[in-house]
Design a protein around this ligand. Structure first.
Ligand SMILES: NC(=O)C1=CN([C@@H]2O[C@H](COP(=O)(O)OP(=O)(O)OC[C@H]3O[C@@H](n4cnc5c(N)ncnc54)[C@H](OP(=O)(O)O)[C@@H]3O)[C@@H](O)[C@H]2O)[C@@H](O)CC1
Ligand SMILES: [K+]
Length: 516
């Protein structure tokens, strides 16, 4: 699913109005009706108190139009207009008049002097600011927003939590509504998925207001949201006459004394992701451990007992996944550097190998094209330097990706795969996966997919999705706290099977009877 910018949404809005020969207020009416239907379906006329807070732009206009439908259906409603500017939008005014025709008079608020009492059982609808926010709200408006956040009432936001910028980082976190549910028009917004701002959205849903499909289809976006539909187009089915050689050979290089487990996890993950063959390359101490833990894989060892001192092998792997548990001792740095200088195989680079690259940036130019780097936030910071907000971070990652022609997997609650100017935002995964070894599993999965011939970008996007999906399936039986990296590997099979599961269909009356 594409994630459109505010500018693109406004453009779609203009094109739709022109093509369909409708007024902008008709588009607003569509939006308001969708909002109303959503609420009415769930509330079924319940007499819960609804406090509807509107701004004076089109987000507020949506709110005022929604108010009319709620009133017409007998809901228990109080409407407030936050007068943060003199410039009321045309469609806001049209809808305000229509509401007044019904003898409904909103409370016009010009300061935070009289904040209304809101019960914790009440519902707040937030239509203060939408995608038109372009500066931090005034102090009194921030106080109103804080009052709503502190009320403990359920907050339903129209389009985007008020106070959240669509395409830039926040300047003041106190100025943002904490939404329980966002009904977002036509497209979710990128900020819903970024670490700094994602916490302001508990749940979201898209309401289709019928913006011009042709424009939406043809328009390229900087970011895409990756779910099942998107990865299904990447999936490569197995061939009947394939053999283990068809599906490639992954070489997993890493480990040191006390950290052989990381190589076990990556190697097993590569195997379960479908790599035909897997070889692990570890210090000697790892030999028995790996041979015992994973009978399906082959093992090569360094001459040294406890750490890697030389990375040399005479096999021809399809891909090398390197770095987990490797340490950053001087000898291992040397071994990694001379390996990079001679290496001709595609690479997936993780953990300590990333830290070595950060220490010795001159090595970055040795990376084969489309090398995949999988940093967590700290490793990323060492690689690209610090950032002021998520948008600056992503800009820096894109520059880095272009400079070194590499793919960067920016790990987080919503991992973002970045290549050149484009980012792919993952939707699977859960907080239970913030546990030891899940990063090693991800490296193994991506390595295993590359081995099978997936192009590097596809392997990264699909790998991140599968890894998260396995975690989501695993957590159903483990709970967040007890989920382990091994559980994630154990459910890779289920994540693959899940790709082809059809959504559950409601059982018809006849089927129900014939089952009895
Ligand atoms: N596009 C679509 O397809 C459809 C969009 N729809 C709806 O429209 C919403 C966007 O509406 P919008 O453009 O009127 O902007 P909105 O967010 O209501 O802000 C209002 C104005 O406030 C101003 N302003 C900004 N920051 C400020 C601040 N800190 N403090 C004070 N003032 C500030 C700024 O004006 P300025 O003062 O800069 O001239 C801005 O224009 C969208 O989210 C959706 O809900 C639907 O109706 C259906 C179709
Ligand atoms: K809003």
């Amino acid at each position: 699913m594409k994630l459109y910018s505010a500018k693109q949404i406004y453009k779609a809005d203009q094109i739709s109005i022109k093509k369909e020969e409708i007024g902008s207020n008709e588009l607003m009416e569509r939006a308001a009706l969708q909002l109303f239907n959503w609420m009415h379906l769930r509330m079924q006329g319940a007499p819960v108190k609804i406090h509807l807070f509107c701004g004076i732009g089109n987000n507020g206009g949506d709110g005022i139009a929604l108010a009319r439908h709620l009133v017409d259906h007998g809901y228990n409603l109080e409407v407030y207009v936050i007068n943060y500017s003199e410039k009321r939008s045309k469609d806001f005014l049209i809808n305000l008049d229509r509401l007044k025709d019904r003898k409904i008079w909103p409370h016009f608020m010009n300061s935070d002097d009289e904040l209304p009492a809101i019960g914790r059982e009440d519902i707040i609808v937030d239509g203060i600011f939408g995608i038109g926010l372009n500066r931090t709200p005034d102090d009194w408006v921030i106080k109103v927003i804080q009052h709503l956040n502190n009320s403990q009432a359920f907050i339903l936001s129209i389009d985007i939590p008020s106070g959240l910028f669509t395409d830039q980082g926040p300047e003041n976190f106190d100025a943002i509504i904490k939404s329980n549910y966002v009904l977002s028009f036509q497209t979710p917004k990128l900020v819903f998925f970024l670490p700094e701002t994602g916490g302001f959205i508990e749940q979201w849903e898209v309401l289709d207001i019928g913006l011009d499909p042709e424009y939406l289809m043809q328009t390229e976006t900087e970011y895409e949201l990756i779910g099942k539909n998107e990865v299904l187009t990447l999936y490569k089915p197995r061939e009947k006459f394939g053999h283990k050689g068809t599906y490639g050979h992954s070489l997993i290089v890493g480990g040191s004394y006390g950290k052989i487990g990381s190589v076990c996890l990556s190697s097993k993950a590569a195997l379960c992701a479908g790599s035909g063959l897997v070889t692990s390359y570890v210090p000697r101490i790892g030999y028995t451990i790996l041979q015992t833990a994973l009978p399906e894989i082959m093992v090569l060892t360094d001459l040294e007992e406890k750490e890697l001192t030389e990375i040399k092998f005479d096999i021809e792997p399809s891909v090398v996944g390197i770095g987990m548990g490797m340490g950053t001792s001087d000898v291992s740095i040397k071994a990694f550097a001379s390996f990079l200088e001679q290496n001709k195989f595609p690479l997936v680079i993780d953990a300590d190998a990333l830290n070595i690259l950060s220490k010795k940036k001159e090595l970055l130019k040795e990376l084969p094209e489309k090398t995949i780097l999988t940093p967590h936030p700290k490793e990323l910071e060492r690689l690209i330097g610090s950032w002021k907000d998520d948008f600056e971070k992503l800009k820096k990652v894109k520059e880095f990706s272009k400079k070194y022609n590499c793919i960067v997997v920016v790990k987080g609650a919503h991992t973002i795969v970045v290549y050149n100017d484009k980012g792919y935002v993952n939707t699977t995964g859960n907080p239970g996966m913030a546990t030891a070894g899940t990063g090693d599993v991800l490296t193994g999965v991506i390595t295993g997919l590359l081995a099978q011939g997936y192009p590097a970008l596809d392997a990264s996007i699909f790998g991140v999705y599968l890894h998260g999906r396995s975690g989501d399936i695993a957590v159903e039986s483990t709970g967040f706290q007890s989920l382990t990296a091994s559980n994630v590997i154990d459910n890779l099979a289920n994540a693959y099977l899940d790709l082809f599961k059809l959504p559950e269909q409601p059982v018809t009356e006849e089927e129900n009877q014939s089952n009895q």
